[in-house]
Design a protein around this ligand. Structure first.
Ligand SMILES: Nc1nc2c(c(=O)[nH]1)N[C@H]1C(S)=C(S)[C@@H](COP(=O)(O)OP(=O)(O)OC[C@H]3O[C@@H](n4cnc5c(=O)[nH]c(N)nc54)[C@H](O)[C@@H]3O)O[C@H]1N2
Ligand SMILES: Nc1nc2c(c(=O)[nH]1)N[C@H]1C(S)=C(S)[C@@H](COP(=O)(O)OP(=O)(O)OC[C@H]3O[C@@H](n4cnc5c(=O)[nH]c(N)nc54)[C@H](O)[C@@H]3O)O[C@H]1N2
Ligand SMILES: [Mo]
Length: 764
């Protein structure tokens, strides 16, 4: 085929007719309702839409395939516990259009790559397994058994199991994820990269080291009871809309909200609860009491400035730090304070980009309150010093004793609806030894103890021909990963690429020599198996495991569940060399849960407790001040200020989500809250930075990043002047992933630094 992998992987450089308006300060409300009903009725059967919206996130209903925000334990809205973007996620999955043999016969791979991601997504649901033969131009249908045999024969002819890579995206349920990692380990590798590597890996690293658990410590109830909630590097109005209801409740109880963000995001400023008719009319609640317009990657400097002022006060009055907590529960205090004293307050404040007035407002709230929660997302985790960002937040909470008590603690807000659960049940390229020992004890094979590839390592391995089979359980690898061109070549080098998917995406078009698309059921669909319709389970951001059960008829009879696909492939690949009866699990998912219960801590009486309508909490040491760290105590850490410097013509760029996308799935072309309509190829710039460069509104520019001697280019973006700190800019992911260097990632966690890409902007 003539089209290069790089070309196939990149989003077409086509404009779609940009319109701009004033950015909103208010989120949700009427605009949201209008937007979502337009979306839902355009692509779904109306009866299905009603059925789904009544059952979404209800006890005994199905878990929204959107974000991982928890559902209230009681008081769920009778109308379904959903938000605008949850409904869009659902509408995207439950489309009434399907694609199969006919579609792929009329659309070659070369033709499909010319479509935008928005157009690709709107083509419909995948309805039957498809195979792309070597040198073929079109995908063709393949029977499920033949597809399994094809995967098996590729896997079994590798020189070593480590030549295969098994990726997971975070929608996969606990049941499918557990079986998948079990298969991969029995096959003989631990190459289990997952979307978490690009997402909250830095949170996991920092929190495990300092608090002994890679998850957050708070519950929804804590949020209601907090005196101060600091929301850092997160855009909940778009990405976790139901979180705003919790923040609203916190405020009603007297809590204060601080938003730390380079952008004045709509939801953070004001919010109108879409499930409260009175609010819709009166215009909603102001959410943020203090808005902190921080410079990109200014967070360590900002927190350090807070720590320095707290120390100064403590030294004056002796009643600022929670000394009883520090004494009894922490380790490393003296070294931490000694290091802190080497920093200068003014320098830290300047590096954060914040005025003294705004700083003082935040400082007074932190000084005068003891129940503090810090929430964060990708604005903190996707930097080279991401782990430092989070460890510095932990330092702040430790000084205030704000951990392991009511209304206080850590709250990394997860992305995909089951990304946390996938890790809990074993999707982990560097799983702890205790977990591997349990696998060995239960199944009688010895899993490799060698650490497997994370996402970045996997791309390198494929590029260097050290890995030859890529298998993706969900997700859209090529569009999600950094350094698109390099990654495209990496995938093209493979002998086989396989994707288990609900929808067509770019990863199906950037293939190895051969490729398979294996279509599966979505969350909203009934999963019929021998013992009846199956229930599955997921874990949300706060460690609650609950059930999820589809309610719609599958969009095609040829779909298999993810569990059935994993069992089929495991059976075909391992045959008699397996110690496991793979096929029994797909008939009855209770059997999978019985196994999880034996292998993973905290799942006692799994099947029974899953019947509890609100699910059950997994154990969480940090929540009860039992810190499972090396010292058995919560650990203070020493973190440096980042030391990158911009040259005169450079800007620091964050790649963010618009209001109309779920990661690489593009629902629409608007970013309503930011006042951007009908275009994704845009760059938000500070107006002074535009002036210096002689750029005007909507001027077309090309973007360049230079890193370790390599120049990367993304052409054709329109400039939008925006309220963003000087020297900072923002573009949408995945259009600019091509600019994110593979070797720029979070130290120790390897999360790609896709929120601090140094670029130059030139008129096209
Ligand atoms: N509708 C919808 N919901 C989603 C998703 C989606 O794409 N669409 N994605 C899901 C997934 S997988 C995830 S991980 C989450 C992502 O949720 P978010 O993390 O909220 O998503 P981003 O758009 O990446 O937003 C990052 C925010 O951090 C800010 N930011 C960037 N750099 C910095 C910095 O250096 N410091 C500070 N303080 N702030 C910074 C940006 O301005 C932006 O507001 O959402 C989940 N939910
Ligand atoms: N530059 C930049 N890059 C980023 C980010 C960023 O902020 N900036 N964010 C990163 C983050 S936080 C994440 S989590 C990753 C996301 O990376 P991924 O998880 O790989 O990407 P998604 O876009 O969520 O995957 C969407 C695809 O999943 C499939 N799918 C949807 N539902 C199901 C299902 O139920 N089962 C199966 N089998 N398939 C399903 C559909 O085919 C759909 O096309 O991207 C990362 N990449
Ligand atoms: Mo994510």
């Amino acid at each position: 085929m003539s089209t290069s992998p790089e070309h196939k992987a990149s989003t077409p450089e086509k404009f779609t007719d940009l319109k701009t308006g004033e950015p909103h300060t208010n989120s949700a409300g009427f605009g949201a309702l209008k937007s979502v009903f337009g979306q839902v009725t355009k692509y779904m059967k109306p009866v299905d839409a009603i059925k789904l919206s009544l059952k979404i996130n209800q006890k005994g209903g199905f878990d929204c395939p959107g974000c991982a925000w928890p559902d209230p334990d009681d008081e769920r809205s009778a109308l379904g516990e959903y938000c605008e973007n949850g409904l869009k996620a659902m509408a995207e999955e439950a489309q009434n259009k399907t694609i199969g043999e006919e579609f792929f016969a009329t659309h070659s791979v070369e033709a499909l790559v010319e479509l935008s991601d928005f157009e690709i997504g709107k083509s419909g649901r995948l309805s039957e397994p498809m195979f792309l033969a070597k040198d073929a131009t079109h995908y063709q249908p393949i029977a499920w058994e033949d597809a399994f045999t094809k995967v098996a024969s590729h896997l079994n002819t590798l020189n070593h199991p480590d030549e295969a890579v098994f990726y997971t995206s975070g929608r996969t349920t606990n049941e499918a994820a557990f079986l998948y990692q079990l298969f991969v380990r029995e096959f003989g590798t631990s190459n289990l990269p997952d979307c978490s590597n690009m997402c909250h890996e830095a949170s996991g690293s920092a929190l495990s080291e300092t608090l002994g658990i890679g998850k957050g410590s708070v519950t929804l109830d804590d949020l209601y009871k907090a005196e101060v909630v600091m929301v850092v590097g997160q855009n909940p109005g778009t990405n976790h809309p139901r979180m705003l209801t919790a923040l609203e409740k916190c405020k009603k109880n007297g809590g204060k909200i601080i938003a730390v963000n380079p952008l004045p995001e709509a939801g953070l400023i004001k919010f109108t609860n879409p499930q409260n008719p009175i609010k819709l009319l009166t215009g909603g609640t102001s959410i943020a009491d203090v808005f902190v317009p921080i410079k990109i990657n200014g967070d360590v400097a900002f927190i350090k400035a807070l720590l320095l002022k707290l120390l100064e006060k403590e030294e004056q009055s002796g009643d600022v730090f929670d000394k009883a907590f520090i004494e009894a529960f922490t380790h490393g205090y003296d070294a931490f304070i000694a290091d802190l004293k080497t920093y200068n307050f003014d320098e830290c404040l300047q590096a954060s980009g914040i005025t003294k007035t705004v700083f003082d407002e935040v400082f007074n709230l932190i000084l005068n309150n003891e129940k503090i929660i810090v929430c964060w997302a990708m604005g903190l985790t996707q930097h080279e010093n991401a782990v430092d960002n989070i460890r510095e937040i932990v330092n702040l909470l430790l000084l205030k004793g704000s951990i392991g008590k009511e209304g206080a603690g850590t709250c990394p807000v997860r992305g995909h609806s089951n990304v946390q659960g996938d890790r809990t049940v074993g999707i982990w390229e560097s799983a702890p030894q205790a977990f591997l020992d349990k696998i060995e004890a239960k199944y009688g094979f010895k899993p490799t103890t060698k650490h497997g590839y994370s996402v970045i390592d996997a791309i390198k391995a494929m590029y260097e021909n050290k890995a030859k089979v890529f298998f993706g359980l969900g997700g859209n690898f090529i569009s999600a990963v950094p350094d698109t061109n390099y990654a495209a070549q990496a995938l093209a080098n493979c002998n086989l690429t396989v994707h288990v998917s609900t929808k067509l995406n770019r990863s199906h078009l950037v293939t190895g020599k051969e490729a398979l698309i294996l279509p599966c059921l979505g969350r909203s669909e009934k999963d019929y198996q021998k013992t009846g319709v199956q229930t599955q389970s997921v874990e949300n951001s706060m460690g609650i495991v609950s059930s999820t059960r589809g309610i719609l008829e599958p969009c095609s009879k040829a779909l298999l569940s993810e569990v059935a696909v994993v069992c089929g492939i495991a059976h075909a690949t391992l045959k008699e060399r397996s110690k496991i009866d793979w096929l029994k699990y797909k008939d009855d998912y209770n059997l999978v849960r019985d196994d999880i219960q034996e292998v993973v801590e905290g799942f006692d009486d799994y099947n029974k407790r899953l019947k509890n309508p609100s699910g059950f909490y997994l154990p969480n040491g940090a929540r009860i001040r039992k810190f499972k760290t090396k010292t058995g105590k919560a650990q203070f850490s020493i973190n440096k200020l980042p030391n990158w410097k911009l040259k005169n013509d450079e800007l620091i760029m964050m790649t963010i989500r618009s209001h109309d996308q779920f990661n690489t799935t593009i629902y629409g072309l608007n970013d309503r809250y930011r006042g951007v309509y009908n275009e994704r190829r845009i760059i938000f710039m500070n107006r002074d930075d535009m002036k210096i460069r002689g750029l005007h509104e909507q001027q077309v520019v090309n973007l360049k990043s230079k890193f370790n001697g390599v120049t990367r280019v993304a052409n054709k973006f329109k400039v939008i002047g925006y309220d963003i700190p000087k020297n900072c800019c923002a573009t949408y992911f995945p259009e600019t992933n091509v600019l994110v260097p593979l070797d720029s990632f979070a130290h120790t966690a390897k999360t790609p630094a896709s929120k601090s890409v140094i670029i130059t902007v030139e008129a096209a």
